[in-house]
Design a protein. Sequence first.
Length: 495
Amino acid sequence: MWSVAQQVPLLGSNLRAVRRTAQAARVLGDQALPEATSALDLVRTREPLGSRRIDLVLLADVKAHVDSAAQGSRRARTLLGHRDGFLLDGVRAKVEQARDRVVALDEALQSAARALQLAPRMLGGDGPRRYFVAVQNNAEARATGGLVGAFALVSVDRGSIRLERTGTDSDLKSARTPVPIDPAAAKTWQRFGSTLAWFDVNLTPHFPDAAQAMAGLWHAQSGQRVDGVVAIDLVVMRELLAATGAVHLPDGTSVGAGNVVDFVAHDQYVRYTDHAHRKRLLSALAADLFLRAVAAKDPVPTMRALGRAAGSGHLYVWSAKAAEERLLTRGLTGGALPMTDAPYLSVLTQNFGGNKLDFYLRRQIRVSRQPDGALRVRVRLRNGAPEGLPAYMTVRSDRPEPPVPYGQAKVGLSVYGARRTSVSSVEVDGRPSTMTFDKDHGHNVGTLSLEVPRGRDVVVVVTMTQPAGHLVYRQQPLVVSDLLDLQVPHTVVGR
């Protein structure tokens, strides 16, 4: 009876959609969710993290359950991936809601499965490893999050974790000659100095290039080679503090999940006029947060915090081992540009003025298809900087002549398109403009420099060709995500 009903026009497509949704729910209930629950139960009862040591044997047991859960979620996602014909509004809404939830679950489980596949080796299971951890400050925006304002060196050996040292950007030195990175990297960012200076090292959104440059710069400075690079930002710190509890700095200041973003991006510059002292406090914050995270009595909140950070695109990891890096770049944590010709868009704003005004920059992005198939990308930037900010936050390190008014931001705007993209027109506040064009691992990218006065909006409209199909929009890691109006079929990666 069911199979006969599915052949009836209009009715059939709705019944098939309902049936596949029910099958997906059964797969989740029979396999994915029970296996995921078993993995969490193992973590809770056997505590893989404690006394700064990770139990690699337990991780292998957890991996078996996560792998099975990931297989189930992928089966459910495949079932819901079929596109049926005409669907009643109520049926379509339920199916799309189920699909979105299953896709999110599947992405999380696939990411966890990859992490557990990599973990034993990257945690020193086959020999000691050393990692450079870059702490980014989103108040001075860069493509991967923000300026590297602090750092840590962490070593691991058979699961044992040791904090070797911490420091701030004052301890990081430029190289005398450019450090090598992938030849496919954009030349624009290298001309800015991304392979010479730490303050430009992460102008590219392709994290493997930024990480290779960080590893090279650290080797040029210290003589030490690192086995990988981890990048976190204020959002990751907020997630971890929510799991570990507040950190108390040497001067008595309490920094927790509720105030870490404001403290690092704003309050510290207002409160401390001695910049050396301020940076020492930041270093202490990073060290204390690390020690709390690796010594947590209940590891589940910390692991969930790291999972949320990875899934939101604020936590990046690079490995110097080619096999590990290939696996990392398959997920968002690897931070790689997609190596496909599928429709793709990412809008980047970077601080070209050498100040901390990006804490107040807000972005609205509207994307629509034109009658000729071209993509119209409209970007509205608003500089909401208030009066009375300290000079350190508003100074224009680029020293414009004539001097610009207080609080005016210099913003580098880049639009990354698909690998087969061309820009046909650019407008700034309704007037024709131009961009500098380059390729970054095959992706076409256009960049222009903007002056955004305090309290004002600047609107940029870019019209570009894009391949037909489902658009992937990659959100730049910011403290406040874009206000999006994507009027085309799309998926947003990161938040």
